[in-house]
Design a protein around this ligand. Structure first.
Ligand code: AMP
Length: 174
């Protein structure tokens, strides 16, 4: 049987020039149509981080899809890091640079308790800006980032260096 990486690569769809010219968008929706693959991703990360994390933070929106089942299987809390204007309670925010302009992620002030060990989960790491902002939110609340786990890593971009000293874990490398 082929590796999980090979099986994921066979279904991840490249969409050129989305959302803008020059970007090749890695579309993971065909992975979501395969419950066996979503299960394997969940099992892979749950096995690697069993007993090592208290909370899983997922970034809106695709980080929710992969993060929530991993948290469930780990018996850990799931915490959403959300785009502006979505969280109803008191929150902290981190702005980060995009190629043009800035973006922001918010977290509820009681989402992470001091001393909690946190796994950050998203579908893909590109420049690492989203992951760095998320790590800052976790650390401002007193949490410790154990690792950052992604389904896909774009190895031709400097994401891994950008998030250092945090460790990057990925399954599919392009
Ligand atoms: P970055 O902050 O540059 O690491 O970008 C990561 C975030 O943007 C993740 O939430 C991804 O879902 C999304 N993203 C960036 N580049 C791509 C791409 N080529 N295909 C799909 N999603 C992407």
């Amino acid at each position: 049987m082929s590796t999980l990486e090979a099986r994921l690569k066979s279904v991840i769809r490249d969409v050129p020039n989305f959302p803008k010219d020059g970007i090749v968008f890695k579309d993971i929706t065909p992975v979501l149509a395969r419950p066996d693959l979503l299960q394997e991703i969940t099992d892979h990360y749950a096995a690697r981080y069993a007993g090592k994390v208290d909370a899983v933070v997922g970034m809106e929106s695709r980080g929710f899809i992969f993060g929530a089942p991993i948290a469930l299987k780990l018996g850990a809390a799931f915490v959403p890091a959300r785009k502006p204007g979505k969280l109803p309670y008191e929150r902290i925010s981190e702005e980060y640079a995009l190629e043009y302009g800035t973006a922001r992620l918010d977290m509820h002030i009681d989402a992470i308790l001091p001393g909690q060990r946190v796994l950050i989960v998203d579908d893909l790491i590109a420049t690492g800006g989203t992951a760095v902002a998320t790590a800052k939110l976790v650390e401002r609340l007193g949490g410790t980032v154990v690792a950052m786990a992604f389904v896909i890593e774009l190895g031709f971009l400097p994401g891994r260096d950008a998030v250092a000293p945090h460790a990057v874990d990925s399954i599919v490398l392009y």
